[in-house]
Design a protein around this ligand. Sequence first.
Ligand SMILES: Cc1cc2nc3c(=O)[nH]c(=O)nc-3n(C[C@H](O)[C@H](O)[C@H](O)COP(=O)(O)OP(=O)(O)OC[C@H]3O[C@@H](n4cnc5c(N)ncnc54)[C@H](O)[C@@H]3O)c2cc1C
Length: 459
Amino acid sequence: MHTDYLVIGAGISGLAFADTLVEHSDADIVIVDRRSAPGGHWTDVYPFVRLHSPSAYYGVSSLRLGHDRIDTEGPNAGLYERASAEELWSYFHEVAARLTSTGRVRLMLGHEVLGDEHGTVQVRDLETGVVHDIRARRRIVDARFLETSVPATHTPTFEVAADASFVPVHRLPEAAGSASDFTVLGSGKTAVDAVLWLLGHDVDPEHIRWVRPRDAYFHDREAFQALDLVVDALEGFAIDAEAGARATSLPDLVADLEDQGRLIRLDTAAPATMYRGAMLSMHELEQARRIADVVRLGHVTRIERDRLVLEHGELPAGGALHIDATASGLRLADAQPIFTPGRMTLQQVRHKTPPFNAALLAWVEANREDDEEKNRLCPPNPFTRSVEEWARMVARTWRTEGGWRTEPDLQAWTYSTRLNMMQALPHHLDEPRAQAALSRYAGNVGDAVLRLEELAAAG
Ligand SMILES: Cc1cc2nc3c(=O)[nH]c(=O)nc-3n(C[C@H](O)[C@H](O)[C@H](O)COP(=O)(O)OP(=O)(O)OC[C@H]3O[C@@H](n4cnc5c(N)ncnc54)[C@H](O)[C@@H]3O)c2cc1C
C-alpha cells in the first residue's frame, strides 16, 4: 500500500492534522490507530469527563464542536460550553466520516504500527495478526509522540493488593455504591473531577480523603474564553506579559501570577509545584476546597485492604474505596525537531490547544517548501513538569508567534481557524478594553520574552 502521508495516531492530533492537510493540499493520507475508534485517549476516558477548555476552540478546524453557546446555568455559567465524553465520541465519528468521504483519507483502526524503515511502516491488523507494509511517499507523521496516559489504560506506579478496594476513575460511577468512604489518589484535574463527582452525588466531604503527593496550579477557565469573550483572554495575556517583563525570579513570577489570578491552587497555605495548564472554574475550585482530609505524605507505594502505604508514612485504609486518578496525562517528552527528512513528529508549538498545533503543522507542511524554514516557524515547546517552567513555555510561544508576524499568509490562516482561541480578536479591536489590553500586551511582550528566557536559563 502507498500513500503520501502515513499518520500514526487517530487522536485529536492526528485528526486535526489530516483535516487541515486535506484542505490545504491534494495529499493522500492513511491514518493508523490501534484503538478501534477515533479520538485517541478520549475513547477510554471517565464517563463524567468534560473538556476543561471551551469546545469553541477544540476539535478540527473544519467542523464546529457543539454550538458555541455560553452556558447560562450550572458550574460553568457565563462561560463557553464544554463537550462531554458522549459529545466528543460522536464528534470524532463525524470527523472520521467526513475525512474518509473525501476519498483521500483512509482510516485503519484496530491496526498497530510496529516500526518503520526507509519510509515504509509495518502495520499489524490487531484482529487477524496480518502485517502490512505501507509506504509513505512524503512523510510518516508521528501523531502519537505525545500520547496521553489515562487511568483506564495506564499501569499505576504503586502496588495494589488483590483484596484492596481500588478502581480506576472511569469505574467510579459503577463502584461508588459499594462504599461509604472514598480516597481519591492524584493531584491533577482528573482527581478534581473525581472529587466533584462524589460531592455531586451527595457524598459528605468528611467521607472523602484526598491523597495529593504535590499540589498543582491551575488556570481560571474564565480567562481562557474565545469568540464574544475573547477580550477577557487578551486582558489575561496582557497581565502575563507585564508580569513576565517585571519578573525578578521564578518564585516571584509565580507569586505575581497568582496574586493577579492568572494561576490558582486548591490550598494557598500549602506549596504547589505541579502545573499542566489545566483549567477550573472558580465554582469547581470552591467545591474542591471543601475536602479537608488532604494527605501529603508523598506518592502512594502500596494499597492493601487495611492500609495505605505512602513514601513518608502509612494510614489505615478505613474501608475506603481508592480511586486512581494518578495517570500522568500529557506525556513529558524532550523536544525533537518537528520536520525531519521523510518524517514529522507532532508536538506543542503554541502552549495550550493541542488541536491548533496539529493543524498549524499541517498548514506549514502544505505551504512551505524547506524543512529548515518549517522548523524555524514551528519550534517544539515541551509540556511543563513544574510551574516554574511556565516561564520557558510562555516565552517560547511568544518568540514563535513573533516570528509569524512577517508571514502574512500564516497570520491570515491563524485568524481563519476556529482552533485559534484568539480568532475573533480582529472583530473586537475597536473596543476600548481591547485596545487597552493590546497596548499593555504589545508594550511588554518583547521585554517579557527576554526576561523569561533569562530566568528559565538560570533555572
Ligand atoms: C482527562 C483529560 C482531559 C483533557 N482535556 C483537554 C481539554 O479540555 N482541552 C485541551 O486542549 N486538552 C485537553 N487534554 C489534553 C489532551 O491530551 C489533548 O487535548 C489531546 O486529546 C491529545 O491528543 P493526541 O492525539 O495528541 O493524543 P492521544 O489522544 O493519546 O492519541 C494518540 C493515539 O496514538 C495511538 N497510538 C499510539 N501508539 C500507536 C501505535 N504504535 N500504533 C497505532 N496507534 C498508536 C493511540 O492508540 C492513540 O489513539 C485533556 C487530557 C486528559 C487526559
